[in-house]
Write a protein that binds this ligand. Structure first.
Ligand code: FE
Length: 161
């Protein structure tokens, strides 16, 4: 009987330890971006639509963004942390209903894989704060062949002075 008890104690200790390790790994994964905030902090500081897109990997309604038809010269920066992400000269009319660019500002955008809708898509996020931006597809214009399909709610437009 004592042996059985000892075994149970050992097993439960082991499983607790595994959970603690999982937690530690998750925390480390979060800390890979230079800017880290808790979910509650992001929720408190971002407009609801931006929070939904950037922190919950949501997608805004097609053709709903005010940035869609902007043609002025300038830079599109991260709506959460202000990092420059896209330039106006790389914007093109894709007809998709989301602001589209043939390239990002190198180094400021990072990529991952998203299987949310049943097949893998290249997800892109801000390299500084980790906020979700949209996806990149291989059906872009001849210039690069890429179509960065970005939620306007994840961007802020800064006109050139
Ligand atoms: Fe950011």
């Amino acid at each position: 009987m004592k042996r059985v008890l000892l075994l149970i104690v050992c097993l439960s200790l082991f499983s607790c330890n595994t959970k603690a390790q999982d937690k530690k790994e998750k925390n480390t994964a979060k800390a890979e971006f230079p800017i880290t905030k808790t979910d509650a902090e992001w929720k408190a500081e971002l407009p609801p639509e931006t929070y939904y897109v950037m922190r919950k990997a949501g997608t805004e309604r097609a053709f709903s963004s005010d940035l869609l038809n902007i043609k002025e010269k300038g830079t599109y920066v991260c709506a959460a942390c202000g990092t420059p992400l896209f330039k106006s000269e790389h914007k093109f009319k894709s007809g998709s209903g989301w602001p589209s660019f043939d390239r990002a500002i190198e180094g400021n955008v990072a990529y991952g894989v998203d299987n949310k809708i049943g097949y893998p898509r290249d997800e892109e996020h801000c390299a500084k704060c980790g906020g979700h931006l949209g996806h990149v597809f291989d059906d872009g214009p001849k210039t690069t062949g890429k179509r960065h399909c970005i939620n306007g709610a994840a961007l802020r437009f800064v006109p050139e002075e």
